[in-house]
Design a protein around this ligand. Structure first.
Ligand code: ACO
Length: 331
């Protein structure tokens, strides 16, 4: 017997306020046409004053637990990916733990910017497979609007706020070997693949922090260079995930990518030879919600019935650091 981990519930939450490109064009020198043609974004959600990352995370978590049919008291691990925590400390995950009325188990944040959900899922998957947790809440939540320079048109148009969560459950199963074609025949999370390369931190970063400037700072980015690295790193990590499971891109039913830019998504799937219809895209309505983007898109595709039991689902993301990663799931 071996421990497997399976996603048994998903949830998402978006703040009420919708800010479209026309509204932004009143604030900075830009147009709906420029933003949509370069990025694929039409609108984004922005958290209300006083609405915190933990509030968004809590709402998404409640929905994930509800869809799993699992009581909060069964959760023994909370891993929350965020770059916009409520406070420098304590971890936002502990605020969610408190809001859920829990006092047992472990709760902590993971900082991997836009790859935060994939990193958090990998951490939780390893905890579950090692037998150190049984029911994990894995969350990606951001109030990215709080670290944007609203006078910098090159960055402020790209991001939005939101949260997504999944419930990961461990169970014992017969060890599954390869099928007749050499493909991993297991169910649940098949494998996770994480990478980082700190040499590129000056291409995408925040120009502040408690130890350096004692301020929160704002996002700074060299968009063109980030774009180039994103396409090559994402293609490589997807190939790595497929190879590790004896699979090919044609085996994938759904790609649920980090929603950074429509052109990054198109270039990545073109490189893999995948049809664009297999890519779950929420970018137009959500913009880039950093760690929240993958679980927000996953929730949508599960709820509208696109993702079905037995489907092979690929999650991928890349973000500041650089950090990047992928996860293959047999749903
Ligand atoms: N409206 C109008 N003009 C703009 C805007 C705007 N909102 N933003 C920038 N411009 C101008 C620039 O000032 C520049 O003008 P100039 O030629 O007079 O100097 C011109 O547009 C071209 O700027 P570039 O940055 O070269 O434009 P590019 O075609 O590369 O598109 C973009 C910019 C959309 C940021 C693109 O590079 C990109 O998507 N990069 C990926 C970055 C990304 O998605 N990051 C998210 C975080 S990382 C991640 O999640 C993977």
């Amino acid at each position: 017997m071996t421990m497997t981990s399976q996603i048994v519930g998903c949830g998402a939450y978006l703040p009420e306020r919708v800010v479209d490109n026309d509204e932004l064009s009143k604030r900075v020198d830009t147009t709906n046409e420029w933003i949509f043609s370069r990025t694929g974004i039409r609108e984004r959600r922005i958290a209300a004053d006083g609405e915190l990352t933990s509030d968004l995370a809590f709402e998404a978590s409640k929905k994930a637990l509800e869809s799993a049919g699992i009581g909060a008291d069964e959760v023994d691990l909370i891993v929350l990916g965020t770059t916009t925590p409520d406070k420098t400390f304590p971890a936002t995950a502990t605020a969610v733990q408190r809001m859920l009325g829990l006092k047992n188990g472990a709760a902590f944040d993971v900082q991997a910017v836009c790859s935060g959900f994939i990193y958090s899922l990998a951490v939780a998957d390893n905890f579950v497979k090692a037998g150190q947790a049984r029911t994990a809440l894995v969350i990606g939540a951001e109030t990215f609007s709080r670290i944007l320079d609203w006078e910098d048109r090159a960055t402020c148009v790209l991001f939005g706020d939101g949260a997504g969560a999944v419930v990961l459950r461990g169970s014992e199963a017969e060890a599954a070997g390869p099928d007749g074609h050499g493909r991993n025949s297991a169910r649940g999370i098949l494998s996770t693949h994480l990478h980082s390369d700190g040499r590129y931190s000056d291409l995408l970063y925040v120009d502040g922090g408690p130890s350096s400037t004692r301020t929160v700072g704002h996002v700074r980015m060299r968009g063109r260079e980030v774009f180039r690295h994103a396409v090559s790193n994402l293609s490589a990590v997807i190939e790595e995930a497929l190879d590790a499971n004896g699979m090919q891109s044609s085996d994938i039913d759904w790609v649920v990518p980090h929603q950074a830019n429509k052109r990054i998504l198109d270039a990545t799937v073109r490189k893999l030879g995948l049809p664009p219809e297999r890519v779950v895209t929420t970018l137009e309505r959500h913009a880039n919600t950093s760690a929240a983007s993958v679980p927000l898109a996953l929730d949508e595709a599960v709820r509208d019935g696109r993702v079905q039991p037995g489907n092979l689902v690929l999650l991928e993301a890349m973000g500041g650091g650089f950090t990047w990663g992928a996860c293959l799931i047999r749903w």
